[in-house]
Design a protein around this ligand. Structure first.
Ligand code: BG6
Length: 477
């Protein structure tokens, strides 16, 4: 479905995120015919570029980062024709008049702040005072949205000076992932699961976001953040919210976000023995985290595992285990909802213990699987085995590469004015209000992360945490 005509300004338009995700994503939407023919994309950054150089940069970015290039060369050139560039000083006066001159009236005006959060306030103010934005404009902001509750509140206040909450789109790209939205479709589009979706029938939930990449060139940022701020406070908590929330009355931004907020507010504080922090260690061929981060004494975690509980009727005493880490054995993100065993086995002890598992695979190989117990085929008597009932996207939708990237979808949602998949200010603050005491706690305890080998499944303490409760992590694969 085409979206309304728009002008999109990307502050930080020559930066890494713009080159890797935003611009190739827009190009893919252009190819699919969703971008209006007159839409303008205006890169704005400090670099002293001209529009021609900007277009060259974007051409290279598309060739390097576009998942699949199903457009021909002519299409790239046509797309580049919609691009413009302005050299701008976020904290000064240079470039603003030129930007104003480029923007059209009567179209959706959106501003993507793909810059350090310290510039959010300055950008919002200049857009306003130069009368570039209006009451229908939208601004898009990226994480990190603050580094604690106080800084997040300050950012929210800065933006609120000139923009209403309905104009602010806080991106968490995990919400744009196909399977993450499918999670809502599965939960609320089927009658099958809801009656079982509670502490009575669910034994526990596991949320895993395992990465094989290290901190790469982002050592400086990452070392001040760590896995808790970089991944848990946003991506993993969003997944947790979607899994645990009450059914919203409708699929509408505030109805969904109200329910997510209630989950965050109901999260119990976590005791220290339910937190395992890890840091990847060198192997013969790989560097350690400390070498990557450039700080031989760093205590920042590149891995974290948590045992969470939600204090409400639906989830009382149901553990939700979350883990995420860098340089692990495989790239694998999934949510596993592990149901309880049947109350009584009519097949006797030798049939073994079996539990249904609903596995929501985010990446790679997106799909949803329900593990059910059946009789092992053949004449061997009543032996039970677990087999998956499978809904892989590759089968259902054809080529996996045709699934739009999270950024593509979210940027189009901005143009449509749909905030459902964006975080509201109070949600972000509530998430920090929960994470702050945990971070402050381990800082005060001088906690040293446990080492794990690059290419492993993380520190053994995380395995112990579940073993103590007679459970085990699912294999990372
Ligand atoms: C980002 C984090 O938000 O998400 C990165 O800052 C992380 O550290 C990335 O690697 C993971 O995203 P994805 O889509 O590759 O799972």
């Amino acid at each position: 479905i085409p979206v309304d005509d728009f002008d999109l300004v990307i502050f930080g338009g020559t930066g890494d995120l713009a080159r890797r995700k935003i611009l190739p994503g827009l190009y893919r939407r252009y190819c699919s015919g969703q971008m209006p023919a007159d839409a303008r994309i205006i890169g704005a950054a400090r670099s002293d570029f001209g529009t021609a150089e900007f277009r060259d940069m974007v051409r290279d970015a598309i060739n390097e980062f576009s998942q699949k290039n199903d457009c021909d060369e002519n299409k790239i050139e046509q797309f580049l024709g919609q691009l413009h560039y302005v050299t701008i000083d976020a904290k000064g006066e240079d470039g603003w008049a030129e930007l104003k001159g480029l923007m059209r009236d009567g179209v959706v005006k959106s501003f993507y702040f793909s810059v350090a959060p310290s510039l959010f306030g300055a950008l919002a103010e200049r857009l306003h005072t130069n009368e570039i934005s209006d009451k229908d404009s939208r601004i898009v902001v990226e994480k990190p949205f603050g580094r604690d509750l106080e800084t997040a509140k300050a950012l929210n206040a800065d933006l609120a000076e000139h923009f209403d909450e309905t104009q602010i789109y806080r991106i968490d790209h995990y919400l744009g992932k196909e399977t993450v939205q499918n999670l809502m479709a599965v939960r609320f589009g089927n009658i099958l699961f809801e009656p079982l979706w509670n502490a009575q029938f669910i034994d526990h939930i596991q949320i895993t976001v395992a990465e094989t990449v290290g901190v790469g060139g982002r050592g400086e940022y990452y070392d001040r953040a760590g896995a808790m701020r970089d991944m848990v406070q946003n991506h993993l908590m969003q997944l947790l919210c979607l899994i645990a929330m009450e059914p919203p009355s409708k699929y509408d931004p505030d109805a969904v976000r109200d329910e997510k907020l209630k989950v965050i507010r109901a999260l119990e504080p976590i005791a220290p023995h339910h937190i395992v922090r890890g840091q990847y260690d060198a192997t013969e061929t790989e560097q350690s985290y400390r070498e990557d981060a450039g700080d031989p004494k760093s205590r920042t975690e590149s891995y974290i595992a948590l045992r969470c509980e939600i204090a409400n009727w639906r989830w009382a005493n149901t553990p939700i285990y979350m883990r995420t880490g860098k340089k692990l054995k495989a790239r694998a993100s999934e949510i596993a909802v592990v149901f309880k065993e049947t109350p009584h086995s009519i097949f006797g002890e030798e049939a073994g213990k079996h539990a249904n598992v609903l596995r929501i695979r985010l990446q790679p190989n997106e799909g949803i699987t329900l593990q059910v117990t059946i009789k092992e085929p053949g004449p061997g008597g009543m032996r039970l085995i677990d087999v998956p009932l499978d809904m892989s996207f590759a089968d259902a939708l054809g080529d996996e590469e045709d699934v739009p990237d999270a950024y593509e979808r979210l940027i189009m949602d901005v143009m449509r004015g749909n905030q459902t998949l964006f975080m509201r200010g109070d949600e972000v603050e509530a998430a920090w209000a929960w994470t702050d005491p945990l971070i402050n706690g381990w800082t005060a305890r001088n906690d040293v992360p446990k080492l794990y080998d690059v290419g492993s499944a993380g520190p053994s303490d995380a395995d112990m945490m579940l073993k103590r409760e007679k459970r085990a992590w699912r294999e990372i694969k």
